[in-house]
Design a protein around this ligand. Structure first.
Ligand SMILES: NC(=O)C1=CN([C@@H]2O[C@H](COP(=O)(O)OP(=O)(O)OC[C@H]3O[C@@H](n4cnc5c(N)ncnc54)[C@H](OP(=O)(O)O)[C@@H]3O)[C@@H](O)[C@H]2O)C=CC1
Ligand SMILES: Nc1nc(=O)c2c([nH]1)NC[C@@H]1CN(c3ccc(C(=O)N[C@@H](CCC(=O)O)C(=O)O)cc3)C=[N+]21
Length: 273
């Protein structure tokens, strides 16, 4: 499944929409420290935003920044009518309380959909803002005419940013959902049941073909930087290639879709005014 191509199509549509409606969407992005996956994200995001006509205000703060200073920055953007979306890159350094930061962002400006209010709306199948990666995965599947309704969906990973919201979206789409994690026993036995397998562990190339059944749809969320500088996912792409019916590459799969959804949500927020 070619996420890069679909993301490009979505970005072109957004560009037209922004131009036609005379919008100037503005997104504030805050990165603390230097998590490698976050750095990839920030770079690609800036590029995409610029082409669409979305203005980004970027803050790269040192890992030593105090929690109060970070909160003050968020409050400032909450009040600023010219800013439509606020995104704080996760993970944050251990010295900062991630939950407190997520709570501080106004739910109306929460382009990541991580605020408890927005997660609650999602869980109750009345979403306001959606986490970008799971939303991007749903769009990618829809594009390839893969309907999760009634399917056995297995998710590996239960993080707040991928696994949990993914489970909620899949449940809303009428899938039968299994969420697995590091304490799961007999992981391969569970993943082999999957019609659709979504992997977000952060463990480079952890799952090979022995973890799937013939004809499964495999979505690889992982973005891992190897020592030689190359980027790989959480599944062994080569191994799965002959056995999966559909497979997302890394790079070029879920990553670009995440960015496209972030752009889409920012434009949606700007349109809501
Ligand atoms: N392409 C994109 O747009 C995005 C990519 N990413 C990438 O996706 C990956 C996952 O990110 P994220 O969800 O934030 O990661 P986290 O580290 O927050 O969560 C990883 C999850 O995987 C589980 N896990 C770890 N090891 C194993 C194992 N051996 N067996 C089973 N489960 C395991 C953990 O279990 P437990 O809860 O028990 O610890 C945890 O639930 C990373 O590579 C990240 O860079 C993330 C966001 C967006
Ligand atoms: N608040 C928050 N929201 C996030 O959504 C979030 C986050 N924090 N922290 C970090 C992770 C990681 N993440 C990525 C998104 C896109 C690519 C991406 O564009 N990947 C390209 C890489 C291409 C390249 O540059 O080589 C691809 O896979 O093709 C990577 C990683 C979002 N995350």
């Amino acid at each position: 499944m070619d996420g890069k191509k679909l993301a490009q199509e979505i970005r072109t549509q957004l560009k037209d929409e922004v131009a036609q409606n005379g919008l100037v969407p503005r997104l504030a992005v805050i990165l603390v420290g230097d998590d490698p996956a976050s750095q990839v994200y920030v770079r690609n995001k800036q590029r995409a935003a610029e082409k669409i006509g979305i203005k980004t205000v970027d803050h790269h703060l040192p890992a030593t920044v105090g929690q109060e200073a970070l909160l003050d920055l968020i409050y400032q953007y909450n009040e600023d009518p010219n800013i439509h979306g606020i995104l704080v890159q996760l993970p944050l350094p251990d010295s900062i309380d991630e939950a407190k930061i997520t709570h501080a962002i106004s739910p109306q400006k929460d382009v990541d959909g991580f605020h408890p209010i927005n997660l609650g709306h999602l869980f109750m199948n009345k979403p306001y803002s959606l986490p970008c990666t799971p939303r991007g995965i749903m769009e990618l599947l829809a594009h390839y005419k893969i309907n999760p309704s009634g399917k056995d969906v297995v998710i590996v990973g239960r993080s707040n940013i991928v696994g949990r919201p993914m489970a909620a979206l899949m449940l809303n789409a009428d899938a039968t959902v299994t969420v697995t994690h590091s304490r799961t026993r007999n992981l391969a036995q569970k993943t082999r049941q999957a019609d659709i397998l979504i992997v977000a562990t952060g463990q480079a190339q952890m799952l090979d073909a022995s973890y799937i059944k013939e004809g499964a749809v495999v979505v690889d969320v992982g973005v891992n930087r190897l020592e030689d500088g190359s980027l790989v996912g959480d599944v062994d792409f080569e191994s799965m290639l002959g056995k999966a019916a559909y497979l997302t590459p890394v790079p070029g799969g879920v990553g670009p879709m995440t960015i496209a959804m972030l752009m889409k949500q920012t434009v949606e927020f700007a349109q809501r005014g």
